[in-house]
Design a protein around this ligand. Structure first.
Ligand SMILES: Nc1ncnc2c1ncn2[C@@H]1O[C@H](COP(=O)(O)OP(=O)(O)O)[C@@H](O)[C@H]1O
Ligand SMILES: [Mg+2]
Length: 261
């Protein structure tokens, strides 16, 4: 089982879209995919027609209540099928927002998601974790659980602001867990007609030559249509440029060259 976390401390940069789009393409390839919604806003949960304010089943919140004697069945009880074949989700609950305060000073809380996922390691091929735009205990759990961190960055003015600090914090967290820091920056919502997009893409490439994906995800109105329809963009429109972009990102992520992923 490979675990990818999608994080950025900024909202509206394409985190949820990246998680859902990659998951859709993996499911299309016949992989067993689990989406894990760690964002208390639950936009990924809503995407698939569930309600994070009134979750119909156990949610990611339950991962944090599990003890060391938790079982595979307990974790699987949190997993819901989506309308897409091969793609399941652990829903978010707005109650997740209360965790930050509850967990202050409690030890071992950073590994809850990773411990829960370990119990279902044979049930899924890929897990994609959507994390909230806050550097707190939820994001630390996402980092601890993942093999690779994907960082969508919107190509617009000030895109890079705050990014360096977030990446250094992630690096510190991972080093404290004796994990290597394997991350990929994904430029998103690129509009080649605007100066803001081209200038910020250039700045990202100059600043992170090693860590940036060579292509980018363009602006594509099909993303909004797909989210309204509650399906990944590839299901909605297999050939639109947004689908093509995520297809080539996925190819990069699973290519032999990036064997660490
Ligand atoms: N490449 C894109 N082109 C056009 N709209 C996009 C693109 N990526 C995301 N969006 C839209 O932008 C909004 C924010 O994206 P989202 O993935 O929810 O961001 P985040 O999870 O980082 O808050 C959503 O309405 C989404 O449909
Ligand atoms: Mg989101």
């Amino acid at each position: 089982m490979k675990v990818w976390a999608i994080s950025n401390q900024k909202g509206g940069v394409g985190k949820t879209t990246t998680a859902v789009s990659l998951a859709g393409l993996l499911a299309e390839k016949g992989q067993r995919v689990l989406l894990v919604d760690l964002d208390p806003h639950g936009s990924m949960t809503s995407y698939f027609g569930f309600d994070p304010e009134e979750p119909a089943a156990a949610t990611t919140y339950h991962f944090f209540e599990m003890t060391s004697s938790a079982t595979r069945d307990q974790v699987l009880a949190c997993v819901q099928p989506t309308a897409v074949k091969g793609m399941s989700i652990v829903q978010s609950s707005t109650a997740l927002a209360t965790l930050e305060r509850q967990m202050v000073g409690k030890s071992g809380m950073g590994l809850k998601v990773s411990q829960a996922l370990a119990l279902i390691a044979n049930d899924f091929d890929y897990v994609l974790i959507d994390s909230p735009p806050i550097l707190g205990v939820l994001m630390i759990n996402a980092l601890a659980a993942c093999h690779t961190l994907l960082v969508p960055v919107q190509t617009e003015f000030l895109a890079i602001k705050g990014l360096e600090r977030m990446l250094r914090t992630c690096e510190m967290v991972l080093k404290s867990q004796k994990k290597s820091f394997d991350y990929l920056i994904i430029p998103t919502m690129f509009d080649r007609r605007t100066h803001a997009s081209t200038a910020s893409l250039r700045e990202l490439r100059n600043t992170y030559p090693e860590a940036i994906w060579a292509a980018m995800v363009p602006v594509d109105t099909r993303f909004r249509d797909a989210s309204q329809a509650g399906v990944p963009i590839s299901v909605f429109d297999a050939n639109t440029r947004g689908t093509e972009a995520y297809r080539s990102l996925l190819k990069h992520l699973i290519s032999a060259k990036k064997s660490a992923v």
